[in-house]
Design a protein around this ligand. Structure first.
Ligand code: ADP
Ligand code: MG
Length: 356
């Protein structure tokens, strides 16, 4: 599979009054064409930072990309200016679905206005630089395109199962339910026909029953269109349900990358094994991982999990382990080899394993 996105050795810091937060410490990951990759990790491990770095929306001036590359379709996005990324990449070739749909919907404009506005600037045929067809005050939106785009919007609302699409277009965001708003945001992500969607915990803010519907919908629509997805979640059950491949992060470092089945059959990093053990089992018993997530202002040297790891040895405390393994990669000097059965994981995803 050719990689659509390849992040290599990405290091991102935030400068704060308390000190420098070393949020990403040389993170690498790749996403193939049409692949759904789950970026899994506990809150604060750097998932949103990675998502924002790819989208070119890290907060300025607090954040700093220290080193690394973000190759998208062969081009290093970090070489482009923010104007170029805004015009040519973001919302057009790489779309975003945030955790809170209010974050990407303007409360003051109707859904129809916002979707039309999106298509005016980001539809697959909209120009991505000033020139012919570029909207001006006198010719903001060629009439023929406007009619086509309206039809595309209505068709997309049908795909994401919005009942009575024409009525919904005249509504304001707060007039819709949380689930409907997230369907609208998914529709807006898909409309420009992006190659990649970054979905940052897209269902965390929703009721559990709605979460399952939205996940199934998103999965079906991206698979139908062959769109690649980077899906961040703190929930292993969600990753298990919808991801082709899983990337696990701990405290700003990726520690394990594996195809879904291989990962959940036998996790190889001591942290990941503990994480699976820490899920509630069928008998309701959960085993916490001893110790605490480190501060990212003064993180441990080497593997950041080493202070909590029962396998840690001298090199773990000084030098970050290299990546070992083929399809199932792990960054660890002492990978474990425990099949899932030994972990006694209840296999309990956050919602039932119904098909889509
Ligand atoms: P996640 O999405 O996995 O919860 P984040 O990427 O949001 O993690 O955060 C990673 C680390 O960076 C955390 O320690 C967080 O406190 C810190 N961080 C995130 N955003 C900022 C910011 N704007 N300024 C300073 N620190 C930040
Ligand atoms: Mg986050």
């Amino acid at each position: 599979m050719t990689d659509l996105l390849s992040v290599r050795d990405l290091e991102v810091n935030y400068h704060t009054e308390r000190g420098v937060v070393r949020a990403l410490d040389g993170v690498s990951l790749a996403i193939g064409q049409g692949e759904v990759v789950g970026l899994v990790g506990e809150s604060g491990c750097g998932k949103s930072t990675l998502a924002r770095a790819i989208l070119g929306v890290l907060p300025a001036p607090a954040s700093e990309v220290v080193t690394g590359t973000i190759l998208f379709a062969g081009q290093n996005l970090l070489d482009l200016s923010s104007v170029e990324v805004g015009r040519r990449i973001r919302s057009r070739r790489i779309a975003f679905i945030p955790q809170d749909p209010f974050g990407s919907l303007n409360p003051l404009f109707t859904i129809g206005q916002q979707m039309t506005d999106l298509m005016q600037w980001k539809s697959p045929v909209a120009p991505d630089k000033p020139g012919r067809g570029w909207p001006t005050l006198l010719a903001p939106y060629p009439a023929q395109r406007k009619a086509q785009d309206r039809q595309a919007i209505l068709d997309m609302l049908e795909s994401v199962q919005i009942p009575e699409p024409a009525q919904v277009l005249s509504k304001l965001p707060h007039e819709l339910s949380g689930g409907q708003r997230q369907r609208i945001v998914i529709a807006m992500a898909l409309l420009p026909q992006p190659e990649l969607i970054i979905a940052d915990e897209p269902t965390t803010a929703l009721d559990v029953t709605i979460q399952a519907q939205i996940l199934r919908l998103l999965h079906r629509e991206v698979k139908r269109r062959g769109v690649s997805v980077l899906f961040t979640t703190h929930d292993l059950g969600t990753a298990w349900e919808i991801c082709d491949r899983v990337v696990v992060m701990y405290a700003g470092q990726e520690v394990e990358v594996a195809p879904n089945e291989a990962f959940f059959a036998a996790p190889r990093h001591p942290y990941t094994a503990k994480l699976l053990q820490s899920l509630p089992r069928a008998d309701g018993v959960a085993q916490d991982i001893p110790g605490e997530i480190p501060s990212l202002i003064a993180p441990p040297a080497g593997c950041r999990f080493n202070p909590r790891c029962e396998h840690a040895s001298a090199p773990c405390r000084t030098t970050r382990p290299p990546t070992v393994g083929g399809d199932h990669k792990v960054r660890c000097y002492h990978p474990v080899a425990q099949p899932l059965a030994q972990l006694r994981w209840g296999g309990a995803p956050s919602y039932g394993a119904e098909g889509s």
